[in-house]
Design a protein around this ligand. Structure first.
Ligand code: GLU
Length: 328
């Protein structure tokens, strides 16, 4: 046997991870911790890292926020091989520049009758919801009101000037199961939890669930590390991967950083971004140390660069998913 043949092939299926923030405000410490973890998962495995700007929901985008995000992530010591600022083989890396790609993917689903027009308003969906919210992260459960409309009924809605959203048809008894690297085996009966879900809104904006799957698949992302607020979205996304004929990536949903009251940080609640900390003179090493200590990766009070954190973990050969994240 030749020596070359006996060596592990590090290029066989290299890890491709990503961070995909929405530029609706400044990245708060929770977002930064998730970014650090996603980067760490990829880099400790000698993987590539992709940065994608998820600005598909244009009305919610804040001018200048995307550039600020890139600056903050760089300041923290993170780097990426592909992204809006440096390009890459699967460019563009900004969702608003990928609309033709989403249209094409939507066409594929329409061609096999996996999406249908839904004329319900938000209020109507909320009124007919058979289960209140039940963990679906975007909107109430949908009861399937428009699932089996006749052509005549559709024409009637159109004649009244209603513009439809497009919903993905979820099989009645479909249970999705995946082995999350952090949360373990996760199972969801999608029809019970979410129902048929929106892939394109009535204002023509592609839904997060849809755009994220198309992007991750076409960018060959094979390891999705993100906040566990998105855990309940994943089963729906798995259905889209399957319907579009894509490989499903590995998922790792990491705990969210909570504030002192134990509540989620949110961009909307103006949870502080980096600016005030930088103004106070905090260094990237201090912040990386604090973020890493907050999820028990290092001892409290340690100061270290993001690169040193990667090297430490590589040396210990400790897979990150075996780390015991605190339970919040
Ligand atoms: N763009 C989403 C957000 O900022 C994250 C999407 C994802 O990681 O799947 O919340």
């Amino acid at each position: 046997m030749s020596m070359v043949g006996a060596m592990p092939d590090l290029t066989a299926n290299p890890v491709r991870g990503r961070f995909a923030p929405s530029p609706t405000g400044a990245l708060h410490l929770g977002n930064l911790r998730t970014a650090l973890l996603a980067w760490l998962f990829a880099r400790t495995q000698y993987g590539r890292f992709v940065l994608r700007i998820e600005d598909i929901d244009r009305p919610r985008v804040r001018a200048g926020a995307a550039q600020q995000m890139l600056d903050d992530l760089h300041w923290l010591g993170l780097d990426w091989d592909e992204g809006p600022d440096c390009g890459g083989p699967y460019a563009p890396y900004t969702q608003s520049e990928r609309l033709a790609i989403y249209r094409h993917a939507l066409h594929q689903l329409r061609a096999v009758n996996l999406v249908y027009p839904c004329y319900c308003s938000r209020a109507e969906v909320a009124n007919t919801a058979s289960a209140p919210q039940q963990g679906a992260s975007d909107g109430p459960h949908y009861a399937g009101t428009c699932r089996d409309l006749t052509e005549a009924q559709r024409r009637e809605h159109e004649a009244r000037g209603r513009r439809p959203a497009l919903r993905f048809r979820v099989e009645e008894e479909r249970v999705v199961s995946f082995n999350d690297l952090v949360q373990g085996v996760t199972t969801q009966h999608v029809q019970q939890v979410a129902g048929d879900f929106i892939v394109c809104r009535s204002d023509g904006i592609f839904a997060y669930q849809f755009a994220v799957v198309v992007d991750d698949a076409l960018m060959h992302i094979n390891q999705v590390v993100r906040g566990n607020d998105l855990l309940t979205s994943t089963a729906r996304q798995v259905l889209l991967y399957e319907a579009l004929g894509f490989h499903t990536p590995t998922f790792a949903h990491v705990p969210l950083l909570l504030d002192e009251q134990g509540k989620r940080l949110s961009k909307r609640a103006q949870s502080t971004g980096l600016a005030p900390l930088r103004d106070r003179g905090i260094t990237p090493e201090q912040l990386v140390g604090e973020l890493a200590a907050s999820c028990a990766l290092v001892n409290k009070g340690e100061r270290l660069s993001a690169n040193t954190l990667v090297e430490t973990y590589r040396r210990r050969a400790l897979p990150l998913q075996k780390t015991r994240f605190p339970l919040h």
